[in-house]
Design a protein around this ligand. Structure first.
Ligand code: ATP
Length: 218
């Protein structure tokens, strides 16, 4: 679904991405792991068309209107209800999108009539996912959707991501390797802008042959 070649990004003197060759298989749930500052937001921004790469190529096997992105810590007008937020996203993307269906999927059935100003951070993340999937994207890019949440909020967001398997290719970033381990089949480890590892999660973690890779993440 995604292939990049020698993708680099400079901010002045600072090399934020260094010749990244990302391969995200169609239908996978891909976890992009890396410490704060590793380059995750920069990479997702380039894939989403929100930032310009300095050099390299990006190929995405889906038209731009079928690619959805959820920013780190999404913000919504606090006076809108959850349902209004998703209805707005639906109007902008896909008039056939099932507003109540995605709210149910995100576990917001009982909260959808309430103003989002009263939502917890976890609910806001799930609302963001609902707004992103109402347009039935083929590729969903989620920037740190679970990282800043309490354990219950994290659990709910990770469960939601797991339920998306089969409906879209999902790439999500996290600085918590455990989150990636729980829901992803493929993982990329980014460190100082370089992709240190990419492959099946089982190759990264301790397997029958012992730990094959040692990657220091926070
Ligand atoms: P975080 O989880 O903290 O957002 P990240 O892995 O998403 O980290 P990026 O936000 O992509 O990392 O940042 C990568 C590096 O590029 C960091 O060193 C950051 O300071 C730098 N950087 C990011 N955006 C800019 C910018 N607009 N101008 C200058 N430097 C930037």
């Amino acid at each position: 679904m995604i292939a990049t070649t020698a993708l680099s990004k400079r901010y002045g003197e600072h090399l934020a991405l260094d010749e990244v060759a990302l391969h995200v298989p169609e239908g996978s749930v891909y976890g992009l792991a890396g410490r704060n500052g590793a380059g995750k937001t920069t990479l997702i921004g380039i894939l989403a068309g929100l930032r310009r790469a300095t050099s390299g190529t990006v190929t995405i096997d889906a038209p731009p209107e079928r690619v959805a992105v959820l920013a780190d810590a999404p913000r919504f007008d606090p006076w809108l209800t959850g349902r209004e937020v998703v209805a707005l996203a639906q109007r902008l993307t896909d008039p056939e999108g099932d507003i109540d269906g995605v709210l149910d999927q995100a576990g917001l059935t009982d909260a959808k009539g309430r103003r989002v100003g009263g939502y917890s951070r976890g609910m806001l993340q799930r609302l963001g996912v609902a707004a992103a999937i109402v347009g039935r994207p083929r590729l969903l890019l989620l920037d740190e959707p679970a990282s800043a949440l309490d354990p219950q909020g994290r659990r709910e967001v990770l469960d939601l991501i797991a339920r998306l398997r089969g409906t879209a290719t999902v790439l999500f970033s996290s600085h918590i390797l455990g989150d990636v381990q729980e829901v992803c089949d493929t993982v990329g480890v980014l460190d100082h802008g370089r992709l240190l590892f990419q492959g099946p999660i089982d190759d990264l973690l301790v397997g029958a042959a012992g730990p094959r890779y040692v990657v220091r993440l926070r």
